[in-house]
Design a protein around this ligand. Structure first.
Ligand SMILES: [Zn+2]
Length: 368
């Protein structure tokens, strides 16, 4: 059945990664894809997002099919930094960057796979399911594109995000929710030599709180971390203010709420003990999702992998993706590996064989 053209797939992938599209600068990639999808026969809709999120737009596209069923497939169009001026290098079937940028296989490998699968389906005249696409802006660092995706245009009830690493066949059915905490501790300044006892050191408050706080690995499903600390001006001033950023994650939303509440109450108790004040801004970034191993949608995905002789593997992850948001918005969504590796580093790479395999999966899934 395969009429996947490997050279065309690689060529398109390279064309896409050469378009600079660090987060919030997705206009050019979005315009390029809108045009290409239109040429492929998709009905394309540009979905505006707030100007402070992106100079581009979320992209929705639909290709009606004659087979029963509608699936939404989704990738993000943005990359992390350093993602401008990417120079791909191909060596022994592996594509990497020249070394001073990321590659951008995260997530353009998914976009290239979907589009080559559609070209192959069209070339072979196969019947296919109705395919909807959601290509999002500003996924990195906040899942903003999916959060702001206009779902009124979507008719599918199930979605496949192609935005994970690992062996081809990896199906992420479980992912954590995440909550951020932005903490400002206000103590009291004083001269450190003349009258230290008149001050309240904000760092002392933080140290007291942290020594009583459960952090790192909380349990099999839950983690917590303090990742940013800013404070202090000079050694001769009792530190009046300290700023912290922390996060908690859990596969279980109730455990996540409990961990956040523990972190907040520990900070408040330490502030009260030392006569300081604490201001905590905390917001749920996204919720967990957990799709049952025996779910019928998962079974269809497994069957499509088996059809192309790939052993599917259900996995949980510690990271969030647009799949969290689409699940929250009511679409049953899994995240699949495209074979992308060492993402978010200048050593990022992807094997051409894996790109072909995930393209075969998309073709198989759509034509079953
Ligand atoms: Zn990604």
């Amino acid at each position: 059945m395969t009429s996947i053209n490997q050279d065309r797939l690689v060529e398109h992938f390279i064309e896409l990664i050469k378009i600079d599209s660090e987060s919030q600068n997705e206009q050019q990639i979005a315009e390029t894809l809108a045009e290409q999808l239109g040429q492929l026969g998709f009905e394309v809709t540009r979905l505006p997002v707030a100007a402070e999120l992106s100079n581009g737009f979320n992209l929705y596209a639909k290709l009606a099919g004659s087979l029963e069923g509608t699936i939404l497939m989704s990738c993000h169009m943005d990359t992390v930094t350093p993602g401008n001026g990417i120079e791909p290098v191909i060596n022994n079937g592996i594509i990497s960057s020249a070394g001073d940028t990321i590659l951008g296989g995260d997530d353009k490998s998914g976009i290239a796979a979907i589009m080559e699968a559609v070209r192959a389906i069209k070339a072979s005249g196969q019947a296919h399911k109705t395919l909807e696409l959601a290509f999002t802006v500003f996924e990195e660092g906040g899942l903003h594109g999916s959060k702001n995706f206009d779902m009124s245009v979507v008719s599918a009830n199930e979605a496949i995000v192609l935005d994970s690493g690992g062996p081809i066949g990896t199906i992420i059915t479980v992912a954590p929710g995440q909550q951020n905490l932005k903490v400002t501790i206000n103590g009291k300044p004083a001269h450190a030599g003349l009258a230290p006892e008149q001050g309240i050191n904000a760092l002392t408050v933080a140290a007291d709180a942290i020594s009583n706080m459960n952090l790192s690995r909380i349990d099999a499903e839950t983690t917590a971390n303090i990742g940013v600390v800013k404070g202090g001006q000079a050694t001769n001033i009792v530190m009046p203010e300290l700023y912290l950023e922390a996060e908690a994650r859990s596969l279980n939303d109730a455990k996540l709420a409990a961990q956040v509440s523990h972190m907040v109450s520990t900070l408040e108790a330490a502030a009260a003990k030392h006569g300081a004040s604490v201001n905590i801004d905390t917001e749920r970034s996204y919720n967990a999702y957990n799709i049952a191993d025996d779910d019928a949608f998962v079974a269809q995905i497994q069957a499509a992998f088996e059809q192309i002789a790939v052993v599917p593997e259900l996995q949980s992850t510690g990271g969030g993706s647009d799949a969290n948001i689409f699940n929250e918005k009511g679409l049953k969504t899994v995240n699949l590996s495209t074979g992308m590796a060492k993402v978010h580093t200048t050593e990022e790479y992807i094997a051409i064989a894996d790109m072909v395999k995930i393209t075969e999966f998309v073709q198989a899934y759509l034509t079953r």
